[in-house]
Write a new protein. Structure first.
Length: 200
């Protein structure tokens, strides 16, 4: 019997939940280990790629755009790429910069009524060497089918609270086409006794 869904958004999340990844360490005598990342659909392997860093973090995130399946992923520790699903064919990737922004987690929100479906994404991570906290940046996914992915820090230096998942820190509750407001849970630091805010 075909599963019934309360909304198209619920159906999309169910479809994407069928994708998973498993990793296997690849020893590297010249530096840190790499990972062989295998991609699965309903438990059957459909592809794989090499990530040149010993931790995967949450750097594989399936999403849909214009009815097609994609995934944000990171083969290089300072670059975000997009692959097609289920073919696992790379569509586009950021330029590789050894001291660039290191992604650790992705999130793509959906607001079907307002047309926010695979157009924009969020990435948490750090500039190489500044790993005291994760910063939140934006991924423009509107032109990925033409091989273009853009990232920017339009929120300036904004920190993801510790132990908070990126998807739980982003809310599109107030978003609509005319007034594109979102809410972001972010870290602020204060001196306990004086109440003075400490700027990052």
């Amino acid at each position: 019997m075909k599963k019934k869904f309360n909304s198209l958004e619920e159906e999309i999340h169910h479809e994407l939940s069928k994708y998973s990844v498993k990793t296997e360490e690849i020893k590297n005598e010249k530096g840190w280990s790499y990972l062989n990342v295998s991609v699965f659909l309903d438990g059957e392997q459909i592809g794989e790629y090499i990530r040149n860093y010993p931790s995967l973090s949450d750097t594989f995130y399936p999403f849909k755009k214009d009815g097609k399946g994609y995934a944000l992923y990171s083969k290089h520790y300072t670059a975000t790429g997009v692959m097609k699903l289920p073919s696992c064919e790379e569509v586009c990737s950021e330029e590789l910069i050894s001291s660039g922004f290191c992604p650790v987690e992705y999130y793509v929100p959906y607001d079907l009524e307002e047309g926010l479906v695979g157009q924009i994404g969020f990435v948490a991570g750090c500039v190489w060497g500044d790993d005291s906290s994760w910063k939140i940046q934006v991924l423009d996914l509107s032109n990925i089918e033409n091989g273009v992915i853009l990232r920017d820090d339009r929120f300036r230096y904004i920190e993801l609270p510790q132990e908070v998942k990126l998807k739980n820190a982003i809310s599109t509750w107030h978003y609509d086409k005319e007034d594109d407001i979102i809410e972001i849970a972010a870290t602020k630091k204060f001196k306990l006794w004086s109440g003075k805010e400490i700027k990052s």
